[in-house]
Design a protein around this ligand. Sequence first.
Ligand SMILES: Nc1nc2c(c(=O)[nH]1)N[C@H]1C(S)=C(S)[C@@H](COP(=O)(O)OP(=O)(O)OC[C@H]3O[C@@H](n4cnc5c(=O)[nH]c(N)nc54)[C@H](O)[C@@H]3O)O[C@H]1N2
Ligand SMILES: Nc1nc2c(c(=O)[nH]1)N[C@H]1C(S)=C(S)[C@@H](COP(=O)(O)OP(=O)(O)OC[C@H]3O[C@@H](n4cnc5c(=O)[nH]c(N)nc54)[C@H](O)[C@@H]3O)O[C@H]1N2
Ligand SMILES: [Mo]
Length: 820
Amino acid sequence: MQTDRIAEPWGTRTPYGPGEAWPTRVDTHLADGVAPEDVDRWVQSATILHSNGDGLDIAVKDGEIVGVRGREVDRVNHGRLGPKDLFGWQANKSPDRLTKPLIRRNGKLVETDWDTAMDAVVNRTKELLDEQGPSAISFYTTGQLFLEEYYTMGLIAHGGIGTNHVDGNTRLCTATAAAALKESFGCDGQPGSYTDIDHADVIALYGHNMAETQTVLWTRVLDRLAGPNPPKVICVDPRMTPVAREATIHLAPRPGTNVMLMNALLHEIIANGWVDSDYVQAHAVGFAELEKRVADYPPEVAAEVCDVPAEQIREAARVLGQAERLLSTVLQGFYQSHQASAAAVQVNNVNIIRGMLGKPGCGVLQMNGQPTAENTRECGADGDLPAFRNWSNDEHVKDLAKVWNLDPMQIPHWSPPTHAMQMFRYAEEGSIRFMWVQATNPAVSLPELGRIREILAQERLFLVVQDIFLSETAQLADVVLPAATWGEKTGTFTNVDRTVHLSEKAVEPPGEARPDLDIFIDFSRRMGLQDKDGQPLVKWDDPEGAFEGWKDCTRGRPCDYTGLSYEKLRGGSGIQWPCNAENPDGTERIYVDGQFWAAPDYCESYGRDLVTGAPLSPVEYKALNPTGKAVLKAVEYLPPHEIVSQEFPFQLITGRTLYHFHTRTKTARAPQLQKAAPEVWVELSASDAADRGFTEGDLLEISTPRGRVEARLRISGIRPGVAFLPFHYGYWDSPSGHEPGGKRGRAANELTLTDWDPVSKQPIFKTAAAAVRRLSKGKGSPSLAPTTTGSRPVTADVPPTTGGPAAAVTEQMAATGGVK
Ligand SMILES: Nc1nc2c(c(=O)[nH]1)N[C@H]1C(S)=C(S)[C@@H](COP(=O)(O)OP(=O)(O)OC[C@H]3O[C@@H](n4cnc5c(=O)[nH]c(N)nc54)[C@H](O)[C@@H]3O)O[C@H]1N2
Ligand SMILES: Nc1nc2c(c(=O)[nH]1)N[C@H]1C(S)=C(S)[C@@H](COP(=O)(O)OP(=O)(O)OC[C@H]3O[C@@H](n4cnc5c(=O)[nH]c(N)nc54)[C@H](O)[C@@H]3O)O[C@H]1N2
Ligand SMILES: [Mo]
């Protein structure tokens, strides 16, 4: 059957019951005029515009991508695809792709050849190494390259250049997921599995708009909800998202009060005796402290601070406390909000004290956001050391030095790795003088853009930008390196639930664009980087070689890839790590029987103080957790830093919409997606709009002490007192027009503040105080915000978002049950 998948983002229901296999439904979208029989080849890959890792095949005709089809055999999606994946591939073919390197000459970026561009990068690196040493050099990478690329880049940066200034945009994204896992379990690595959705009787989503941000995973939930014995859903979000609309209980707290709410939920669970004492006794430390701490947080106290009825908090606690199979998921409403890590850790605490880990239906998904963010973290491209090695454990550093054939002293580990926000500070102060930005667009995605633009535009900072388009950031570069992207290069990547997929090259990149891996290896060769025997530091020259190198590096570590190979990943489903001799087919759930990776000599981190972020010493950790159990960490609630005032009376939160990905470099170039959400809007509640006499479609100015944005009003189901802006809309007028237009103000990050979580160092994009005023009346025409999503209007007369024939997608349902 054919479905308009802009109008119906989740497609047609295939209901199923607890413990049953999720039925398959194969989604296909081909370019206009192309029939399935016209396709020359289907090339195996997976999705890249979110972290879900849905298996797909790329359709190729006459050497060009002409569409995509979900992979029926894949454990993640059972054939389904979301709107961004169905339509987003068109961006690959956009006529304004970068096809030649660019170099700045007399203030202008001009085309050049690869030798000139790479020599400029290498010469500047060498000059700075001579003048100042490695501390002048920084790498700011992403969650959107492939595993092989991160591992190679990390090796070059840590092992070759020897700089500690290596981080990714994962700092903005899932640094808190990693931090929360390290705090509770001593190590990164996702406890849960997507199949937990098939078994759970309660699914709790904390600050996670899964319906819009992991559409296929949400389809799985919707299919459970449509089947027999559906799970109860708890949603914690100040907006009326599609998740909230399906929820059994929707808690809509004031932004920034997550810890208060979590402490009240834990208070109720403990006070009512819903604790699995045997599990806690055997497998966790810290319960007494947690019990004592949350005693101070009865629902009445939280009701006041969060502005959520006490009875609703009690009801949610009862559902959590009486669940038999509890799956918890956490994302940016926690990670980018106030007390981020502290709040995310309390979600782990709920599952730990209820003994709900490592069993079907019982899990925590501290979510990733980007398609390959998991690999950034695993490969140590985000400041950590590769394969979850502990930078403050000398044995781990020694072990890594052996893998890399380097002297341990060549690998910086004398202080915590520099986090991205600190890197930008150093660049601002002038001690970082070289920054290599890869597959990220900080000129739109970092907070307080006025400041970030100034830092990036400085003459004294040598800025290299490796991208596929001339992004806002690339426009500020000294050298722009044109990259090949998904579909044009081969590599692997790992999704939220540890599933590793192979993505094969389907077509040639445009012009002279080169795979990111080739660029890194070229740099290493031109720099003459060597190991301690004088051999080339990077010992491979293709993706498969890099993957084999990575396997070596993971041996015996939690993310053990030694049982995987390109061959094994071809043809079937993605496979979950750890995959090794003991688990040749991968591992569905970790932390089975309360076994953690938290032993002092094995763990990735000794943890931090949840309020100050100060790292614990090895001695302190050993005393706290000598035998490597789960750690229950308690924390007090603290009010957000920027609070509302008379001048700035709204709490401003920012986030996503279903149809766009980040700074829209890809989704704005896919006509169906762009049409569904063509311009920025701002959401306010009906009561706030009425109080001020605003109506749907009015042009408003939203301002904070940092800047201003103009956006048309959508009156939505958001909680009163809160304003929401999508952060996708950069400051160009058109993505292909290249006109810088900073003054017009439509990027949400013109407004956000320079502040971060003390534990994870993730910036706080979701708590600021803002003023709102009307610039002009809407004259009866509504804003162009989608109606299918969290921005669904609560007023009449807004036409529904549809895609028309261009958005038709074939959905093929299986006659019988799905794959396991
Ligand atoms: N369509 C789409 N999907 C994507 C992406 C995309 O750009 N577009 N990006 C991917 C990436 S990288 C990421 S990180 C994920 C992010 O995925 P999500 O975290 O699901 O998305 P967000 O919209 O950033 O934030 C989620 C929710 O947090 C709520 N929120 C804000 N402040 C608070 C608070 O203080 N407390 C609570 N409880 N909730 C709050 C917001 O109302 C919002 O609905 O999505 C991934 N998937
Ligand atoms: N206000 C606010 N700000 C936020 C957030 C928020 O919720 N609110 N969310 C934050 C989060 S979670 C995230 S993840 C970030 C995302 O922020 P960014 O990473 O800055 O956003 P993207 O648009 O995904 O940028 C990716 C860039 O890589 C390029 N690219 C794509 N594929 C390839 C490739 O294969 N190779 C190379 N070399 N380049 C490629 C794209 O053209 C694009 O310019 O934004 C953060 N900023
Ligand atoms: Mo993200």
